[in-house]
Design a protein around this ligand. Sequence first.
Ligand code: NAI
Ligand code: MG
Length: 394
Amino acid sequence: MSKRTVVTMPGDGIGKVVLPASLQVLDKVGFEADYIHADIGWEFWRREGNPLPDRTIELLAEHKIGLFGAITSKPKTEAVKELDPSLRDKGHVYYSPIVAMRQKFQLDICVRPCRSFPHNPLNFVRKGPGNTIEEPVVDVVIFRQNTEGLYGGVEWTNPPQIVMDALKSHPKFMNFASTPPQELAVSTRIFTQKACNRIVGEAFKYARKFGYKSVTVCEKPNVIRETSGMMLQTAERIQKDYPDIALWNTNIDAQMMWLTKNPEDYGVIVAGNMFGDIVSDGFAGLVGGLGFACSANIGEEVAVFEPTHGSAPKYQHLKPAIVNPMAMILSACMMLDHVGETDKARRIREAIAEVIQEGKTYTYDMLKLRGGPEVLAQGAASTDQVTAAIMEKL
Ligand code: NAI
Ligand code: MG
């Protein structure tokens, strides 16, 4: 296989710790690639007024594959205060660079696998009959629509008159019509048929390829009739081509309540942007939480792979680093799968499974310790030690 070029975007905080760890593991497994560093995150917001510089966009457009660590985001007003003084009052508005990247490259398919590793002390357990303890095997893959819905960014505080007029044309707006616009905030939830077709289509394709018996649409079509309704109707139509795969329909709220009752029953789950974000965090919590939650953002041309955790600023300066690199390494495995290096991905996952099974090298989160420099004295392994343990198994 020819040598790949991968754009690496460590970003902020612990992104700068876990991304290099994943590159060591990729090297060790024999993945041949040139890595090109690209700038993203808070530092570039402060210095340049743009957390996603054009040069980074150009690199991604050229090389198509990105590995991303994490970024720090702050609310709008706080963001402006941290701008370099020479950039203030120039109309710069902070916008999350990862959300911007997803929209810029139409990375509309977000895949978030949540699979339990045997013997992970963070695995969900529940009581069974006669006070027994059951540890269900969770193997769920969430397909989250990644560019539209509540994260589409079409929103206003104090909406302009033309928007107010449009809203007033809807009978249900009667309940809000007497509120002065300056006391009104509106965030739209726009779904398109094209995006619904793509996310549901990919979910069914994946279910068939990997032998999952069901695809669950996790929305709320009985209340959010138009958008959730479009997702469900799309699934009902596409399922006709997949008679071997059952279509289930759950409401997001009920799904969160029942998450712990029978997580082993679910396979592939498909949802819009917001509900996909929520349900994937819910399932990630059953299999180890943020230290294990990996993801892929896949568009028709470009794909970016990232852990779902953020920059965890309180741990960024700890030396040695203590955070769990597994979410980032598992995200790198998704990249390997994407470029057809499935055997290398499988070997890394097996190495991680062995390290977990052995139980000797756990980061603080796996030992259920409160994070801080003292965890190493309390028996936790550092980020480097866990990375080295995985590499040793390879
Ligand atoms: P976070 O995910 O950074 O951290 C939450 C907590 O989870 C941490 O305090 C830590 O205890 C734990 N944690 C996270 N990653 C871990 C790892 N690899 N190993 C062990 N423990 C880990 O979320 P938080 O604190 O809400 O946000 C911090 C910053 O990150 C904010 O500026 C936020 O906007 C940003 N963020 C960025 C994301 C991204 O880059 N995609 C996603 C989520 C938050
Ligand atoms: Mg999230």
